[in-house]
Write a protein that binds this ligand. Structure first.
Ligand code: C2G
Length: 129
């Protein structure tokens, strides 16, 4: 079984997130999403609209997502990859090159972001309504 992992906040889940997750799943057989906790989002300088529990609930409803774990800090990726027996780390290409050092322990793939959509854009446009 080829295991894939990806990391993110996935707030206000939208087409860009889902396309990333679907493509990540199609790279292997089992997709783990390491979902940024509310506390880690603070470290990331992000404030998610929906709680970790609710973001987890939404992600778990996707057929392409097999497991959701916590992302609590930047440094956990190496231990996650080893602990969960990950074959491939997938991220959107806004992270291009950021995780290349992990290619000694797993394949690292950056997928094109989906243009024209982001949680920030959604929030900003909702304010204009
Ligand atoms: N994404 C995408 N297309 C978009 C928006 C997002 O492909 N239009 C991808 C991002 O590239 C990322 C994933 O969806 O791979 C999740 O995006 P965010 O929730 O914004 O996650 P981010 O804040 O980038 O957190 O340790 C890594 C971080 O936790 C990643």
């Amino acid at each position: 079984m080829k295991k894939v992992i990806t990391y993110g906040t996935f707030d206000l889940l939208h087409k860009g997130h889902v396309r990333l997750l679907q493509r990540a799943k199609n790279i292997g057989d089992y997709l783990i999403v390491a979902l940024s906790t509310d506390e880690f989002n603070t470290i990331k300088g992000k404030k998610a609209y929906t709680s970790w529990e609710d973001r987890k609930f939404v992600l778990e409803a996707l057929t392409c997502v097999d497991e959701v774990i916590q992302e609590n800090d930047w440094a956990q990726k190496k231990t996650d990859i080893l602990e969960y027996g990950i074959d491939t780390l997938v991220m959107g290409n806004d992270w291009e090159g950021e995780f290349d050092e992990l290619d000694t322990i797993c394949e690292v793939i950056y997928l094109n972001r989906t243009d024209g959509i982001s949680t920030t854009k959604i929030k900003e446009e909702l304010k204009q309504l």
